[in-house]
Design a protein around this ligand. Structure first.
Ligand code: CA
Ligand code: CA
Ligand code: CA
Length: 394
């Protein structure tokens, strides 16, 4: 599976190379040294699930997780001061870059001046639209006299190939997204109505290589939820009825591998409708309600007999430390008769334990019963699979 977008890169420049150049020449400090030319991308989350909630089952009392994880110290990134540039040198660099782009017949949508190959010197990184039917976004690095195209993978025949994207966008970033000590070039693109693309390139052994391409029909986003410094890539797919199914990919030192999945709302609009027309939907709705901190909503998805066994107040107190809840791997295991089903799921609960966010992974089997109002959650068997401290919860 490939891959939607937490961080969009900065938008810079307009449709012509000359405008950025003019801007550069007028204000050299705005274009050269990395820190000023390239402010960090502004995070933009298409959907930010509002954190909420907690343990997992009606009958599951709140076991406050014991913090088992050890706190790891975070290296403080040191920022290198921008070198002072002689304006005449800067102007010469710009003029040279401009000449070379004209030679290539390329009119960049945007340009950045960044060190992308770790040699301590900046090069031009840019995006432009390659004409065609349809036109495609294209990316390059111009390092002195050397031109490098940043190419996407060709799709298999029969599959729609959007390349880096169909539209003239400038969502480009250069940073060490996977915390391996070398910078990546991140290029976001878009296709059709809602398809999001992310291509990650890195300099490796004399060439720019594609580390990973991601494409999701509901977008691609970056997040950092697992407690290390590297960002995970979350690819969002439409799951129907206002839901998305997200596949989270984590860098393992050599590749991005699929490590987690979860459901989320497609749109931020509230109130959300809790679908209970299938056993699986009822379970997903329950955890989305918890994640939204809509405890009355979640309680309302419990069966009448479960509610009778525990008052709302007694039940809700189990969620006081809950920061967020995620549910994935949801599937119906069995249907014993027309109105009773068992649904398996994996749940990640994030709890605030004395100021530390402790994540707990649970395996949960819900018995779900059909009622005139839809499916309702009756009881759960739970098993704790893992627990860790999440230092960088998204
Ligand atoms: Ca360089
Ligand atoms: Ca890196
Ligand atoms: Ca991470």
């Amino acid at each position: 599976m490939t891959a939607p977008l937490v961080r969009k890169a900065k938008r810079s420049g307009s449709g012509s190379f000359f405008l950025p150049l003019v801007a550069c020449l007028l204000s050299l400090s705005a274009c050269f040294p990395v820190p000023t030319l390239s402010p960090p991308p502004s995070p933009s989350r298409p959907i930010s699930p509002s954190p909420s909630s907690s343990p997992l089952s009606a009958s599951l009392p709140t076991s406050t997780p014991t913090p088992a994880a050890t706190r790891t110290s975070v290296p403080t990134p040191t920022s290198t001061p921008a070198p002072t540039l002689d304006p005449s040198v800067a102007a010469a660099i710009v003029a040279k870059g401009r000449a070379r782009l004209a030679e290539e017949g390329v009119e960049p949508l945007c340009l950045r001046w960044e060190d992308t190959d770790g040699d301590g010197e900046a090069e031009w990184v840019g995006l432009y639209l390659r004409p065609g039917e349809p036109s495609q976004l294209a990316a390059f690095v111009l390092d002195g006299e050397t031109w490098h195209d940043l190419r996407p993978l060709k799709k298999e025949p029969g599959k729609k190939d959007y390349g880096l994207g169909e539209y003239p966008t400038c969502e480009l970033d250069v940073r060490d997204t996977n915390a391996d000590g070398r910078v990546e070039i991140l290029i976001w693109g878009h296709a059709e109505a809602s398809i999001g693309l992310l291509h990650i390139f890195a300099w490796d052994d004399g060439a720019y290589v594609l580390l990973a391409p991601f494409e999701g029909d509901a977008g691609v986003r970056l997040e950092n939820a697992d407690g290390d410094l590297a960002e995970e890539v979350s690819v969002r797919y439409k799951a129907g009825d206002g839901l998305v199914w997200e596949a989270v990919h984590t860098w393992d030192g050599a590749n991005y591998g699929w490590t987690w999945e979860r459901y989320d709302w497609l749109y931020l609009d509230r109130p959300h409708a809790y679908r209970t027309d299938t056993p699986e939907r009822a379970v997903i709705s329950f955890y989305l309600a918890l994640d939204d901190h809509d405890l009355p909503g979640a309680y309302g998805l419990l069966s009448a007999s479960t509610q009778a066994a525990q008052s709302y107040g007694a039940w809700a107190v189990g969620f006081v430390t809950t920061v967020a809840v995620e549910v994935g791997a949801v599937h119906e295991l069995a249907r014993s008769d027309e109105d009773t089903a068992v649904v398996a799921a994996q749940v990640r609960a994030y709890d605030n334990v004395d100021g530390r966010v402790i994540a707990t992974l649970w395996d949960v089997d819900w018995t779900v019963v059909q009622t005139p109002d839809g499916w309702r959650l009756e009881s759960a068997d739970t098993a704790q699979l893992d627990q860790w401290e999440s230092s960088y919860y998204r």
